[in-house]
Unconditional design. Structure first.
Length: 356
């Protein structure tokens, strides 16, 4: 069992950072109702992917562990719905909010409003372009791109063609993964050609673009899916083209994903895909709600190592980010470049414990 936050020993931030936490340092404006549980709002960003459905499953568990009363909504990847949902949650008297906006620029006015109302916000998975948050809980998304690059670079012996099925470049996650993958390829594997295709985190678009690129470049030997949204479509396209073959077959196309959902782990074990980076859906829910409770209690944090194998970094003045661990998962558990990996049956992976 992973340890929780050491809230009792948290070190206060300097005054300039404390003011950016979205509430008074003493927590006076965000106190829980007398004799009741603090009311916290959680807006789910979408419910059409296995990853986010897993996150949604974990939220009530960790809400209960933190003694919180939860009010939830779902913005369905629509910033206008998120804005409306936040207004509704404010009306329900929430003392803190957990948000995961996929459009990280358009959320700024909502964050400004919440700051003015002294309602602390914890951001999950994404980081706002502008505006304050008490804490951002996500993994190092640049590391996702670098790990994918090194895995494919080593599997292809530094030569050949790969396609990157990007998420949405309006998202900090899509940009981080794309930029890091491209920079790593250019530096470490300059003889590999990368075809980047934006997909807006849409599986149908990803399938169509993969199909088009394989028609134009049938010698593509690697696929980087920036999320498991593209998993089923990628497998279908490869199967239709006779390319869904074991890794020992010369026709095999090496596929790496990001998320670590149970289906990805099963496909790695079966030899249909080759790797993923396990994005911690369980820890996103766990620490988002722990930090929200900490904000309501008036606690503050500073950059540095945590007691749960992560690092809090200051990404800009007034904004802290807890970058959680996201391991590379491969069939052999080997090291690729300088990146170690674990096997798909590793008991530490949330994808092996979901529902258990």
């Amino acid at each position: 069992m992973r340890r929780g936050l050491a809230l009792g020993t948290a070190v206060a931030l300097a005054a300039g950072l404390t003011g950016a936490c979205g509430g008074d340092a003493g927590g006076g404006t965000a106190a829980a109702p007398q004799g009741g549980k603090p009311v916290v709002g959680v807006d789910y960003p979408r419910s059409d992917t296995d990853f986010w459905n897993s996150f949604i499953k974990y939220v009530p568990q960790f809400g209960a562990e933190n003694g919180l009363e939860l009010k939830t909504s779902n913005s369905q990847n629509d910033i206008s719905k998120l804005t409306a949902n936040v207004q509704s949650l404010i009306g329900q008297g929430v003392k803190g909010l957990v948000l995961a906006p996929q459009d990280t620029a358009a959320v700024a006015p909502t964050l400004q409003q919440l700051t003015a109302k002294k309602i602390p916000v914890v951001m999950v998975d994404t980081r706002p372009e502008q505006g304050d948050a008490y804490m951002v809980v996500r993994a190092d998304n640049r590391a996702y791109g670098e790990k994918a690059c090194k895995f494919l670079g080593e599997k292809l012996s530094g030569k050949g063609k790969v396609i990157m099925l990007q998420g949405d470049l309006a998202s900090i996650n899509g940009r981080d993964r794309t930029e890091a993958f491209n920079e790593c390829m250019k530096t470490d594997y300059p003889d590999i050609t990368v075809f980047g295709e934006a997909t807006n985190w849409d599986g149908a678009i990803a399938s169509q673009k993969l199909q088009t690129q394989l028609t134009a470049n049938p010698d593509i030997k690697g696929v980087y899916m920036q999320s498991s949204f593209a998993l089923s479509g990628t497998l279908q396209v490869l199967k239709q083209r006779g390319l869904l073959v074991p890794p020992t077959d010369p026709k095999h196309v090496f596929v790496i994903s990001n998320d670590g959902i149970p289906q990805e782990l099963k496909e790695i074990a079966a030899g249909n895909i080759d790797a993923t980076v396990s994005q911690p859906a369980d820890l996103y829910a766990k620490y988002a709600l722990e930090y929200t409770k900490a904000a309501i209690d008036g606690k503050t944090f500073k950059p540095g190592a945590t007691d749960h194998d992560s690092n809090i970094v200051q990404v800009r003045p007034g904004l802290l980010e807890d970058q959680l661990s996201a391991p590379l998962v491969t069939a052999d558990g080997g090291t690729y470049g300088d990146v170690p990996s674990v096997k798909p049956d590793d008991s530490s992976l949330w994808g092996n414990t979901l529902g258990g």
